[in-house]
Ligand binder design. Structure first.
Ligand code: F6P
Ligand code: MN
Length: 341
């Protein structure tokens, strides 16, 4: 048997190296275990009776899929009794979820999107779970929404899983970004890429082009220049990929580079953007930065955004850092042009 590093060993070594506390190790183990349960449910597909709408809506006004509800329940149940959490927030819950009185409380706050990309479930396309871990402010017991509203740079851990052809877990505790693949025979996540580095340059972009008519000037210019390829100002060809599950699109970028954009456009500007800051954009931004990439709103580093609401939305541009910088240049030039009248 080749020398394999299961997640448990990886975390114990991180603890010995002083990178994480035993409580954070336990928290990550519990989240990973819940994700394995979700992977099992996702894998059953139509045979498990888990496809289709739940017939309910979430706080965002989105129709919930049965698997959204089930994944949320799995994560809530798994994390309730371990004693490592002070509170939980989920895309599927209006307000923070209090840890039941019967259980001890810990020092961390866990936020998650239980099943990202769930519109893809019924057509058997990859979906995933995204999570973020924050420290609970001292004396916040039980924590309120305000206690969760910390900028992304304060995250102590972040990760996602993709339930795809294989199930992968991509994790950072602030010391690089690492990928684990689920070994279905043993039930362990095995380290398959340590210290991932995203190439600074790329020829691949991801955006929902059906929104093109709603984009503002910088997005139109930037994407227009990529589309023009070797005949345009960029002088080379670009390829486009859009899975429509953020986890899958980000995983492609973590795996081989690329740029992902969901700018605020005329359709979603009132809400602040499309993607949620606290449990979609922030964890992805930390993972991307820890892998040498960049993550921005277009005009600000994502991890610096001061949250004002648990379910706040935000424009997102992330991936290969030279392309993120190109997009930011388009935004800055448009802003400067507007300012000079
Ligand atoms: O969670 C929101 C989400 O489903 C992301 O996973 C994905 O990137 C995006 O929305 C898809 O948006 P659209 O429906 O515009 O393709
Ligand atoms: Mn999502």
């Amino acid at each position: 048997m080749p020398n394999r590093t299961p997640l448990t060993r990886f975390l114990i070594e991180a603890e010995r190296a002083g990178q994480i506390t035993p409580e954070l190790r336990l928290l990550i183990e519990v989240v990973a275990r819940a994700c394995k349960s979700i992977a099992n449910e996702v894998r059953k597909g139509a045979l498990g009776g888990v496809l289709g709408d739940a017939g309910t809506g979430n706080v965002q006004g989105e129709a919930q899929k049965k698997l959204d509800v089930l994944s949320n329940e799995i994560l809530l149940e798994a994390n309730a009794w371990g004693g490592h959490l002070a509170g939980i927030a989920s895309e599927e819950l209006d307000e923070p979820h209090a840890i039941p009185d019967a259980y001890p409380k810990g020092n961390f706050l866990l936020l998650f999107d239980p099943l990202d990309g769930s519109s893809n479930i019924d057509v058997n396309v990859s979906v995933g779970t995204i999570f973020s871990v924050l420290r609970c402010p001292d004396g916040a017991s039980p924590p309120t929404t305000r206690d969760f509203l910390q900028p992304g740079r304060t995250q102590v851990a972040a990760g996602y899983t993709v339930y795809g052809p294989s199930t992968v877990l991509v994790l950072t505790v602030g010391f690089g970004t690492h990928c684990f693949t689920l070994d279905r025979d043993t039930g362990s996540f095995i380290l398959t890429r340590r210290d991932i580095r995203i190439p600074a340059d790329t020829a691949e972009y991801a955006i929902n082009s059906s929104n093109a008519r709603h984009w503002d000037a910088p997005a139109r210019r930037y994407i227009g220049e990529l589309e023009a390829g070797s005949t345009g100002p960029r002088g080379r060809d670009f390829n486009m990929r859009w899975v429509a599950s953020m986890v899958a699109d980000v995983h492609r970028i973590i795996s081989r580079g690329g740029i992902f954009l969901y700018p605020a456009d005329a359709k979603c500007r009132d809400k602040g953007g499309r993607l949620r800051l606290m449990y979609e954009a922030n964890p992805m931004a930390l993972l991307i930065e820890q892998a040498g990439g960049a993550a921005s709103t277009g005009s600000q580093r994502l991890l610096e955004v001061q949250p004002t609401g648990l379910h706040q939305r935000v424009p997102v541009v992330l991936g290969s850092k030279n392309e993120v910088a190109e997009y930011e240049r388009c935004v800055a030039e448009a802003t400067a042009r507007r300012a000079s009248g």
